[in-house]
Design a binder for this molecule. Structure first.
Ligand SMILES: [Zn+2]
Ligand SMILES: [Zn+2]
Ligand SMILES: [Zn+2]
Ligand SMILES: [Zn+2]
Length: 391
């Protein structure tokens, strides 16, 4: 979590309320908490150390980063056993002693690395692009190294994305508030926390980001991105009403602002349709899917992550509907078979999307079989009643 609360009583302060320690910028709701923290909370001993690290926000990010790296390396320990980092060629990082990670589509001995090595590489590449004025496009291309594998091109997932999110945030948080890279870094962190399933922390970061954008008078595009992200984390926390309201609003503003073919419009349409489905508004969900899937197919292609996810979600809407028909089940099975092939090729067999599609395919096939059998069943039962089984 980034620092949005009083260090003593946890009162919410957003990014601008309360007061700060004059030396280290630790945040408090007021003088009383600050005094208590100094006298009884151990801040008298820690203040200098925090200031030396670059202030409270930096100190916090460094600490959280180290924790997140440990979590990611532990999660990958089995997969990376006996291997070495493709960047530094060592098993253990020379300085941090951290283990290896890999959460992308790389297989075999490819793509194993230390979070610290990946972060260092991304940082250098972005800095080079900025220093040499290589242009926004090159800079953004290089920035992708903070969240996507340079070998297989796929976005990292889970706790690895989160560890790099902290790395990214700790690298750029010292820039001025309105700085674009800093904002993107904050976004990386929010997304990473969400992928690591720490939804409370993700909401806190995203709410802080949204209020900062509004305070700075940011453009509509940035605000819509942040709102869309926030809706996803609200949903995971069970705040479905809030989530649906935001998605509805963001989708209609996106249509107006960016048009139906824009990747952001497609992306929010997926989330909106999924939410409608979760709320068991199946007819609305299916109609939205049927409207947007052909657009995604045309504009992004069948192998694109969005197209894949949307088709998968569409099969859920087909199967979850209690009024599901035989034709719906057949459509779901065909769509899932098709998606499974694409996911296996593009994302690899271990990716959570591939695994999820496979599991849904098994279920849909089972449901289809049961349905087909029960249709034939009546006739079969009549026959069975006349002819005793030959066993
Ligand atoms: Zn307080
Ligand atoms: Zn202090
Ligand atoms: Zn390394
Ligand atoms: Zn990879």
């Amino acid at each position: 979590m980034i620092l949005t609360q009083c260090a003593v009583c946890a009162t919410e302060l957003g990014l601008s309320l309360g007061k700060k320690c004059g030396r280290c910028s630790t945040r408090y709701c007021g003088a009383e908490c600050q005094k208590q923290h100094w006298e009884a909370g151990g801040h008298d001993k820690l203040c200098k150390k925090i200031k030396k690290a670059g202030g409270a926000e930096q100190y916090n990010a460094n600490k959280k980063y180290a924790e997140a790296v440990t979590v990611a390396a532990t999660a990958c320990a089995e997969d990376t056993k006996g291997q070495t980092c493709y960047i530094c060629t060592q098993a253990l990082h020379w300085k941090t002693k951290e283990g290896l990670v890999r959460m992308c589509a790389c297989r075999g001995t490819a793509g194993l690395a230390h979070v610290s090595c990946l972060a260092e590489q991304a940082k250098i590449l972005v800095a080079e692009a900025e220093e040499n004025n290589l242009g926004i496009e090159t800079r953004d291309e290089r920035f992708a190294r903070w969240f996507a594998c340079s070998l297989c091109g796929q976005q990292y997932h889970g706790v690895m994305y989160c560890a790099l999110g902290w790395a990214c945030w700790k690298t750029y948080l010292g820039r001025p508030e309105g700085n674009e890279i800093r904002l993107t870094a904050m976004r990386q962190l929010g997304t990473g926390l969400h992928f690591a399933k720490d939804y409370t922390a993700a909401v806190s970061v995203k709410e802080a980001e949204l209020s900062m954008l509004r305070r700075l008078g940011a453009n509509e595009n940035d605000i819509l991105i942040t709102q869309g992200n926030l809706a996803g984390s609200y949903d995971e926390l069970g705040r479905r009403g809030d989530s649906l309201r935001i998605l509805q609003d963001v989708y209609s503003r996106r249509l107006e602002f960016s048009g139906e073919e824009h990747v952001h419009t497609i992306s929010v349409a997926i989330n909106y349709a999924v939410m409608l489905n979760d709320l068991e508004r199946f007819a609305e969900a299916k109609s939205l899917f049927r409207k947007v899937i052909p657009v995604a197919q045309r504009v992004l292609g069948a192998s694109h992550d969005h197209t894949l996810r949307m088709k998968w979600a569409y099969t859920r809407a087909l199967c979850d509907d209690p009024c599901v028909t035989l034709d719906d089940l057949r459509e779901a099975v065909t769509t899932l078979e098709d998606s499974e092939r694409i996911a296996r090729r593009v994302l690899g067999g271990a990716h959570p999307v591939t695994v999820g599609i496979e599991s849904d395919l098994r279920n849909a096939r089972g449901a289809l079989r049961a349905c087909e059998e029960s249709d034939v069943c009546e006739a079969a039962e009549a026959v069975a009643a006349m002819v005793p089984p030959s066993t």
